[in-house]
Design a protein around this ligand. Structure first.
Ligand SMILES: *[C@@H]1O[C@H](CO)[C@@H](O)[C@H](O)[C@H]1NC(C)=O
Ligand SMILES: *[C@@H]1O[C@H](CO)[C@@H](O)[C@H](O)[C@H]1NC(C)=O
Ligand SMILES: *[C@@H]1O[C@H](CO)[C@@H](O)[C@H](O)[C@H]1NC(C)=O
Ligand SMILES: *[C@@H]1O[C@H](CO)[C@@H](O)[C@H](O)[C@H]1NC(C)=O
Length: 175
């Protein structure tokens, strides 16, 4: 009996470890001691360079430190970012100073300042969530294994995993 309880305990510890892994992270766009969300006319890929060093997961929050009398932040299609077009109906927007946007789906997300010309002065960023590559069950394919890691980090997957583990533990305990 003691060893079974120990086994259940171990499984729950492992499951809660995975759950910790899936906790949402808050990213200060441009870095905690960075310039915030503002013109980068001398380095138009400034925010992409910053983003390339971060790991983004679904549920994470992006904080854009800006002054709302000057700027805003919109999530747009990657095509709109490429052409620096401010769409009438962006995917998401935050007009509040130092506003945040949540990454709600896996894949690639594009952000711009919606004030005309500000995107062309470097207020643009493209991010991709961890493990966002097309799911591939081919285990010898590195892209496929990366997708699997991403799936484990998805909060929904983790919740189901945790639930499954708990139900199994209860079922074992009641035998
Ligand atoms: C926005 O964030 C910056 C940098 O963290 C801070 O200095 C400023 O006071 C904040 N502004 C508002 C309106 O919260
Ligand atoms: C925001 O910008 C306006 C215009 O430049 C300025 O008057 C105001 O003090 C700024 N607010 C903050 C919190 O920096
Ligand atoms: C805008 O950002 C603020 C500050 O983080 C947040 O409280 C608010 O919910 C955000 N609004 C939208 C529409 O996301
Ligand atoms: C799996 O991926 C490898 C490497 O990309 C490829 O050579 C192989 O044909 C793939 N197998 C299947 C069944 O897709």
């Amino acid at each position: 009996m003691a060893s079974m309880q120990q086994a259940i305990f171990t499984v729950l510890i492992i499951a809660s470890g995975l759950y910790q892994d899936a906790e949402a992270v808050t990213h200060i766009v441009g870095g905690a001691t960075g310039p915030g969300w503002t013109f980068q006319a001398n380095d138009l890929t400034f925010y992409d360079t910053w983003a390339s060093k971060e790991s983004f997961n679904v549920g994470d929050v992006l904080v854009f430190n800006f002054n709302s009398t000057l700027h805003d932040v919109l999530e747009v299609s990657t095509d709109d970012l490429k052409t620096c077009t401010t769409p009438a109906s962006p995917i998401q927007r935050n007009l509040t100073s130092n506003g945040s946007l949540t990454i709600s789906t896996s894949g690639t997300h594009a952000y711009i300042c919606g004030v005309p010309q500000h995107c062309t002065f470097g207020m643009k960023m493209t991010i991709t969530t961890v493990g966002a590559s097309t799911p591939n069950t081919n285990s010898t394919n590195p892209a496929g294994s990366k997708a699997a890691v991403g799936a484990i980090k998805s909060p929904f997957f983790t919740f189901n995993l945790l639930l499954g583990v708990m139900l199994t533990a209860i079922a074992v305990a009641t035998v």
